[in-house]
Design a protein around this ligand. Structure first.
Ligand SMILES: *Cc1c(COP(=O)(O)O)cnc(C)c1O
Length: 329
């Protein structure tokens, strides 16, 4: 697909999401997870996250299922995989689809099984900030041939047979049996993606080394607490997220953010909870208070730079910047 967003959209279309259907989504994600539900005519239902990991809470998911629920869209926030055994059971018991937005988690695994092998449909992004890139691009992984055929058709104008089929049959004929779009990825981008794929394991390893150094550093800083890493998984560390107790620090996050940038540390914030964006407030009546764990976390989180090209000096500079911030009193 030509982006993670179009991959999500195509996946939701293949699952038949439409008006009147509810899709459960976490608020701690990039807006595309919810936006694509709306673009399909469905209704996103925001379900809160676990305070330790900021991953969607399977028990709350279970409680939020209604007769209108058609799918659960789980997000591997920061690159850590959700509890797919539990979510899988919840989805199966309720008879709803489970869709994985794994845009952060390519290269990660859970209980020895790679991300992408746990679900009917798993979606990836190849945007430049993601684990590997094709400039822009996306991918859906599935072992369901019925869904895969539908998705290939939808991303290619709804045409029921591609050029290669026609060439084989020596025929010009094709039929439009469904509506479709052009969400194809170019061959040039695919070539880039394939060469990037060879580097993925080494890059994930480097991200984990950097994360380990941050873990060691932040364990000496009482006002800082990195998100918890669960056992039995390989974290892809798309993001390294730390909570800071800004009240005890006596400084607002905005000032701390500026301070860190002025000291050469390019922190960021992921994410403004999606249900707090004006579009969702205006069109879906969402409001503060709906997902208190995500809302509280949002006030405290900073994303610390992590990318495979960082060297030891870069890591040290980040730690020094935080040390300066956190030891001010
Ligand atoms: C990046 C991202 C997307 C969208 O991917 P694009 O390739 O930028 O369209 C969707 N969901 C999550 C969680 C993402 O991080």
């Amino acid at each position: 697909m030509n982006s993670g967003t179009s991959a999500l959209w195509v996946a939701l279309a293949a699952l038949g999401i439409g008006p009147g259907d509810e899709v459960i989504v976490p608020p701690m994600t990039f807006a595309a997870t919810a936006n694509t539900v709306v673009l399909q005519g469905g209704t996103p239902v925001f379900v809160d996250v676990d305070p330790d990991t900021l991953l969607i809470d399977a028990q709350l998911v279970k409680a939020a299922i209604t007769p209108k629920t058609k799918a659960i869209a789980a997000v591997d926030y920061a690159g850590q995989m959700c509890d797919y055994e539990e979510l899988g059971t919840v989805a199966k018991d309720a008879g709803v689809f489970l869709l994985y937005d794994a845009c952060h988690a390519l290269g990660g695994s859970l209980k020895g099984k790679p991300c992408g092998s746990w679900a009917d449909l798993t979606v990836f992004s190849f945007h430049p900030v993601k684990p590997i890139t094709t400039g822009e691009g996306g991918m859906i992984v599935t072992d369901r041939s019925d869904l895969s055929e539908k998705m290939m058709q939808f991303r290619n104008h709804g045409i029921d047979r591609d050029l290669h089929h026609r060439r084989e049959k020596i025929s010009w004929e094709y039929r439009i049996t469904e509506l479709g779009v052009n969400y194809r990825l170019t061959d040039i981008q695919c070539a880039l993606g394939i060469s990037q794929l060879e580097k993925l394991d080494a890059w994930i390893e480097r991200r984990n080394e950097i994360a380990l150094e941050y873990d060691r550093f932040f364990s000496t800083m009482p006002l800082a607490a990195p998100l918890k890493k669960k056992p039995d998984l390989v974290h892809a560390y798309h993001l390294y997220v730390v909570r800071i107790d800004f009240n005890r620090l006596g400084m607002s996050r905005r000032d701390a953010f500026t301070f860190l940038h002025e000291n050469g540390v390019g922190v960021n914030v992921h994410y403004i909870p999606v249900h707090l964006h004006p579009y969702y407030k205006n069109h879906f009546n969402t409001a503060k208070g709906m997902c208190p764990v995500a809302e509280d976390a949002y006030e405290q989180i900073l994303t610390v730079p992590v990318f495979p090209g960082m060297d030891q000096d870069d890591v040290r500079q980040v730690c020094l910047g935080f040390e300066k911030l956190l030891n001010q009193k």
